[in-house]
Design a binder for this molecule. Structure first.
Ligand SMILES: [Zn+2]
Length: 332
């Protein structure tokens, strides 16, 4: 007999996207028996059953003997979900966040992770104030463009993981959403651990904006959240733009009659897409609606001759900066 932690069974099944009914059938169990086992704190299972579980879920035996992975805190992951994102997909990302935190805390026991510097604030705080505070905690001067946002996050104790494109392309989750984030309970009185998961992004502009957006959720939507999901998403994007390009400074660089070309040096200096800049200027009353709409129209109708896509898809400057790399890559 083997005394397992069924939480690990639930986790392995979610990460491999194996349905309960399929595992139950492989084990010659009724679905009720599997469900009862999965909801128990501990369970005794035979060697033969554990072999089937190990084969079906492709996790080592020792995995099922480990105490449960860290829990998601503060209401769990904030998914930017589409209508097509189903429960299997959401559970997958929840369990991936727990798996990543588990792994990071194992590393921490060998070599300390950087202390967590990220604050949490009330969501009613203006994003300019919250972003300014985060810039300070990331060790940035108020008017300093961010050279490598991921590195800054990692040094401030945020665990960042980027799925390899090969895995994302093979998975039905490819393209569903760009990122997720959550706070996970630390082990042994360790402070909660912030985790950002990125789903295979190959554009430097999108990567930086997504990391900023997820930081916005971790900082602004932990203590409290707007009741409306769309408002929460808009706030996370405003936070990301303000973090990358503080409006106080970036507005001073705005030409009096902006064109897509004249916005390019601003994009390059601050490392933020023209698409995001236009929304940022508009939201902060630095550009009028008709000017923003005219520029957006150009962005989404003109084609980039080098890529054949619209400038909105591959903007000017899309290939002038590398996609930021990470310290930690994960398979699966
Ligand atoms: Zn979001």
């Amino acid at each position: 007999m083997n005394n397992i932690y069924p939480d690990r069974l639930v986790q392995a099944r979610a990460l491999r996207k194996v349905k309960a009914i399929d595992l139950a059938s492989a084990l010659h169990w009724t679905p009720v028996r599997l469900s009862r086992t999965e909801t128990s704190p501990r369970a005794d299972i035979s060697d033969a059953e554990l072999d089937i579980i190990v084969d079906t879920l492709n996790f080592p035996r020792a995995f099922f003997m480990r105490p449960p992975a860290p829990e998601l805190m503060y209401g769990g992951i904030l998914h930017r979900r589409t209508k097509r994102t189903n429960k299997t997909e959401l559970t997958y990302w929840d369990e991936l966040a727990r798996h990543v935190a588990d792994f990071a805390l194992d590393l921490h026991s060998l070599r300390s992770l950087p202390p967590v510097m990220l604050p949490t604030v009330d969501h009613r705080e203006p994003v300019q104030a919250s972003a300014a505070e985060v810039r300070k905690r990331l060790g940035l001067a108020p008017a300093e463009p961010i050279d490598n946002l991921i590195l800054r996050c990692e040094l401030a104790g945020v665990v960042v993981v980027h799925r390899q494109p090969a895995f994302s392309n093979a998975s039905p989750s490819a393209g569903r959403f760009y990122g997720s984030s959550a706070w996970l309970r630390g082990r042994d009185r360790l402070a909660p651990l912030p985790v950002i998961l990125l789903n295979s992004i190959d554009s430097w502009e999108r990567l930086r904006l997504t990391v900023g957006h997820e930081l916005g959720h971790l900082v602004c939507h932990t203590q409290s959240r707007p009741a409306d999901d769309n408002e929460m998403e808009t706030q996370a994007f405003s936070f990301a733009s303000e973090l990358l390009a503080p409006i106080r400074y970036v507005a001073q660089e705005l030409p009096s009659r902006p064109t897509l070309n004249s916005l390019l040096p601003i994009k390059q200096k601050w490392g933020i897409s023209i698409g995001a800049l236009l929304k940022h200027f508009h939201a902060n009353y630095a550009l009028d609606t008709d000017v923003v709409e005219a520029l957006q129209k150009q962005l989404y109708t003109r084609r980039n001759p080098r890529t054949g896509k619209t400038w909105g898809a591959t903007e000017p400057g899309y290939d002038e900066r590398p996609v930021e790399s990470l310290a930690c890559w994960i398979h699966g």
